[in-house]
Design a protein around this ligand. Structure first.
Ligand SMILES: [Zn+2]
Length: 281
């Protein structure tokens, strides 16, 4: 038997990905004006990724990467980032009574959940192309709207979002412009020059710095740039392994270099994030 959704989730913010018309909920199916049907999964999320736009059978991060990320995030290693993002979002939404916030590329919902905790009166929507990540997120955080969809073709109405949070995820400027209301915001997080420097140092002879500043987002004006830098003091080799396995560094380490790194007792790893806030013109 399927459990009923909490009342705050009765209205889906999503639209039909095929014809872009709104949905009506009939039992456990969302049906659009043109009779396209999308079943609500038992975990409560919607899969709005049309089969033809899937580039592979299971797009998005793989399961191993996701498990490593979940394990690492549960240690609180990126909690300062989550806290900062929630705080900035709250600050920019201070004058709006009930805003709609989209966590674009939300993965298994770690940041989405912290946003919901901090901004409980607002509607929080999480979107990711990975079905296993969304399934996990919806199961764990039932009061958030989650959907499986492409960031390049987002099943949400024009001018319906007050704020988009985009942590590392790729996106298309046209879609951001279309979705965000006038005077709405986009908050992006990208790695800053010192991010995970000690891991890169263990892999490469010479470490290249990440770009300090990203390119401008078309249709937006940057209003704030914040650098968040802190050091992780890791004494559990599993936590270090999880951190490595959730990043592309997992494929860069040679077995020798990894053994050498894991042979230490304690690791200091810098986290360095570049947070930028953009206002829609
Ligand atoms: Zn439709």
């Amino acid at each position: 038997m399927l459990t009923s959704s909490p009342s705050c989730k009765d209205m889906t913010p999503f639209i039909c990905p095929l014809c872009r018309s709104p949905f009506t909920k009939i039992n456990n199916t969302e049906v659009c004006e043109n009779n396209h049907h999308f079943d609500i999964a038992k975990e409560g999320y919607l899969n709005l990724l049309p089969v033809q736009s899937k580039s592979s059978k299971n797009p998005g991060d793989n399961k191993e990467m996701m498990s490593a990320r979940r394990a690492f995030l549960s240690t609180g290693g990126y909690f300062p980032l989550a806290q900062k993002i929630a705080q900035i979002s709250e600050q920019y939404l201070a004058n709006i009574k009930q805003a709609t916030l989209l966590d674009l590329g939300c993965g298994e919902g770690y940041y989405t959940n912290l946003l919901k905790q901090q901004l409980s009166s607002h509607n929080i929507v999480g979107l990711d192309i990975s079905k296993i990540a969304i399934r996990y997120a919806a199961k764990r955080y039932p009061d958030i709207h989650f959907c499986v969809a492409s960031a390049y073709q987002i099943p949400l109405l024009d001018d319906s979002i007050d704020l988009i949070v985009r942590i590392y995820a790729p996106s298309k400027a046209e879609e951001l412009t279309r979705l965000i209301k006038e005077n709405g915001y986009l908050i992006t997080v990208t790695p800053a020059p010192r991010h995970l420097f000690q891991l890169r140092e263990a892999i490469y002879e010479q470490v290249n710095s990440h770009a300090e500043e990203n390119e401008a987002v078309k249709g937006f004006t940057k209003v704030e740039q914040i650098t968040l830098n802190y050091e992780l003091d890791i004494d559990d080799p599993q936590q270090l392994k999880d951190l490595i396995n959730m990043t592309p560094f997992a494929w860069k380490f040679t077995p020798e270099k990894l053994t050498e790194l894991l042979g230490q007792q304690r690791w200091k790893v810098e986290c360095d994030f570049n947070i930028e806030v953009f206002l829609k013109n």
